[in-house]
Design a protein around this ligand. Structure first.
Ligand code: G6Q
Length: 556
């Protein structure tokens, strides 16, 4: 990889998106082809199913079941080019401060940059720092996994609890579930995020404090939920170990950027794993925030996950847009969101281990692209980030797929499937894959009135059994779910989000909505807890709810 140095690139986009020639051309094109059915698109081009595919770093993408023609794709790619996507990709990889509202670089790609490469931030190469933290995590993980690291009473650590929320929780939970097959089964992993005390109570109810290690994961180390849970964890530990404060050192480690707060909490900063302000929370699962992942799957597997991320980064950075997976999927998302008016995207992994993947992508995409002003602060006049949701197949088929097939909304779907099961048994995997292929086929082609009639369906029932079809989907196929493949998949979606954020001209890297929630709750806490009723300055509804809660609290 070439040495990259920060230089000033214009991040503001001078021409409003909807005034671009490419946008106007897409509007006109949409009017022409919006009624075209996938049935005729496939009938007119027998090679479409092979032609509209792309492959990179072992991920195969079939995008032929989208409501597009070759012309659509050309126009969408033109739009991406004219939106300065290439320049912005380069700016990100060079370490420029493209997160303009927080004046920060956006360098999750540096977290997986191989040793010996160079990415400069404020005149300093950050890659050696990344590897120093990785080495420290490796050493710690090896000590815990081998039993060398002992608890305060000399017992081996058996339970590891990650305390964190949002970006400091969803990645670790998703990766633990996704890679459970590769995890050390002699260790128990739990994740506490919610400030609801049930989360903590259930996580520890069958655990022995002397065998339990807490990882307090918080970039800021000031987040209400995490700090409340961390203090409760400390009290639980000390209570279990009969109050010896020195036990904290053996049972608590921290992952944070805030050394001062970590040591204030009582954690030795020697047991702190750092990261940097240029790693956004939702882009941090491959930083030290992934310490629980490394403890579960081991340092070797963690590094192959990083390698997977890096392979997708390099593909995104260098491949022509026409065959660039994140760009293709990104522009297709723009096509449905901004031209067809689709409001959601369904993520449908046909792999049980990916059961938390939709929830993870929900934060990645919705916190990043849930924005209504452009980089220069003007209100957008087009829809931005859609709602992400989903469940693993085949379970979803027996619940919400009905609405995707026959409802009144257009819901583009991403199907994710693998050539091999990690726990092969009999015919299960063939059945699983038969279902994924059958679903995308049925969504695209449906069932016509004539077909339903020909089946001998009574006339009154015919309309109910007709499937309009023309429901778009992507299918991603990979060999099997490994740490490396997980890295590729996550990086793929990170860069889809980046592609779309760039075209929408928004800042995908701040989260003022999340910050607002953090501040507002702090204001109400004393109003709920003060012994004397306070003068409340909220709206009438909030004031009333606060008063009612105070009354409820006093009743048995
Ligand atoms: C992610 C967000 C948010 C954040 C949490 C936890 O991009 O910024 O989800 O990760 O609010 O923040 P801390 O790690 O600072 O506790």
């Amino acid at each position: 990889m070439a040495k990259r140095t920060a230089a000033k690139t214009k991040t503001r986009n001078p021409k409003p998106l909807t005034k671009r020639k490419a946008w106007k051309a897409l509007e006109a094109h949409y009017k022409k082809i919006r009624k075209l059915h996938l049935r005729s698109l496939f009938a007119d081009d027998p090679k479409r199913g092979e032609r509209m595919t792309a492959e990179a770093a072992g991920l195969f993408l079939d995008y032929s079941k989208n409501r597009i023609t070759s012309e659509t794709l050309k126009l969408l790619i033109w739009l991406a080019e004219k939106s300065g996507l290439r320049t912005r990709i380069d700016a990100m990889f060079r370490g420029e401060k493209i997160n303009i509202t927080e004046k920060r670089a956006v360098l999750h790609v540096a977290l997986r940059a191989p040793q010996g490469t160079s990415i400069m931030v404020d005149g300093e190469n950050v890659v050696p720092q990344v590897h120093a933290v990785l080495d420290k995590m490796t050493d710690f993980s090896n000590r815990v996994r081998s039993g060398d690291w002992k608890g305060h009473t000399g017992k081996r650590i058996r339970n590891i609890i990650n305390i964190g929320i949002g970006g400091s929780d969803l990645g670790p939970v998703m990766a633990y579930e996704a890679l459970k097959h590769y995890s050390d089964r002699s260790l128990n992993f739990r994740f506490v995020s919610n400030v609801d005390s049930t989360d903590f109570a259930e996580a520890v109810q069958d655990l022995e404090p002397s065998e339990t290690l807490f990882i307090v994961s918080s970039k800021t180390f000031t987040t209400l939920e995490t700090m409340t849970n961390a203090h409760t964890a400390r009290a639980w530990l000390l209570n279990g170990l009969i109050g010896d404060e020195s036990a904290v050192a053996k049972h608590f480690v921290a992952v944070s950027t805030n050394a001062a707060e970590v040591s204030k909490f009582g954690i030795d900063t020697a047991n702190m794993f750092g990261f940097w302000d240029w790693v956004g929370g939702r882009y941090s699962m491959d930083s030290a925030i992934g310490l629980s992942t490394m403890l579960a799957i081991g340092p070797g597997n963690f590094r192959s996950m990083l390698d997977g991320f890096h392979q997708m980064d390099e593909h995104f950075r260098t491949a022509p847009f026409e065959s660039n997976l994140p760009v293709l999927m990104g522009v297709l998302g723009i096509w449905y969101t901004d031209f067809f008016g689709a409001q959601t995207v369904a993520i449908l992994p046909y792999e049980q281990y990916l059961k938390r993947f939709p929830a993870y992508l929900q934060q990645l995409a919705m916190e990043s692209n849930g924005k209504h002003v452009t980089l220069d602060g003007s209100e957008v006049d087009y829809p931005t980030g859609p709602v992400y949701w989903g469940e693993p197949g085949t379970n979803g088929q027996h619940s919400f797929y009905q609405l995707i097939h026959q409802g009144t909304r257009l819901i583009p779907c991403d199907f994710i499937a693998f050539g091999h099961a990690l726990n092969p048994m009999g015919r299960h995997h063939d059945m699983l894959l038969a279902n994924v292929f059958a679903q995308s086929e049925a969504l695209a082609f449906g069932k016509t009135l004539e077909q339903v009639k020909a089946e001998g369906t009574p006339d009154w029932l015919v309309p109910h059994r007709v499937f309009e079809g023309n429901r778009p989907s992507n299918t991603i196929l990979a060999d099997r779910l490994t740490p490396e493949v997980l890295g590729k998949l996550v990086a793929l979606y990170e860069h889809i989000v980046f592609t779309q954020g760039t075209i929408w001209q928004i800042n995908s890297f701040d989260q003022w909505g999340v910050e607002l929630g953090k501040v507002l709750a702090q204001r109400i806490i004393p109003e709920l807890e003060s012994p004397k009723e306070q003068t409340l300055g909220h709206d009438a509804s909030t004031n009333n709810l606060i008063r009612r809660y105070r009354k409820l609290k006093t009743q048995e």
